[in-house]
Design a protein around this ligand. Structure first.
Ligand code: HEM
Length: 102
């Protein structure tokens, strides 16, 4: 049995693991499951919804990032527990982008 958060937040494998840095996987190809990266589990218990979920997250993120602008108001401090939590929340203001005015 493995604990994915313990693996994903291992500073011996990932430099500064709590910082938001999607580029840490740049150039590594499309790794879905490895012994150092298993967001959807692995092996016989691999998440049955993993491909569907990756498509859904791509579509949702695409629209959230292209149609809206986000401004941080307060919070956002990360605390490492068994997972990653925001003890004081993360307050953001979301504004729809008006592409005609840009
Ligand atoms: C971001 C979203 C999701 C994440 C991070 C996630 C993660 C996981 C993980 C880590 C496991 C393995 C649990 C274990 O080893 O016991 C799992 C199993 C599973 N997931 Fe997901 N999941 C997600 C979304 C979904 C969705 C949308 C569905 C269904 C439409 C789904 C269906 C399942 C099923 C049926 C299993 C059990 C597979 C088995 O034991 O044979 N998951 N998921």
């Amino acid at each position: 049995m493995v604990c994915p958060p313990a693996i994903h937040l291992n500073p011996e494998k990932y430099h500064d693991p709590l910082s938001f840095n999607p580029w840490r996987w740049k150039g590594q190809g499309s790794i879905t499951t490895s012994k150092h990266f298993m967001p959807f589990g692995g092996g016989m218990r691999l998440c049955a919804g993993s491909e569907y979920e990756k498509l859904q997250m791509s579509v949702v993120l695409h629209f959230l990032l292209t149609k809206y602008r986000w401004t941080k108001i307060k919070g956002g401090e990360i605390k490492q527990t068994l997972g990653v939590v925001f003890p004081n929340g993360l307050h953001i203001k979301v504004k729809e982008v008006n592409h005609e005015q840009e």
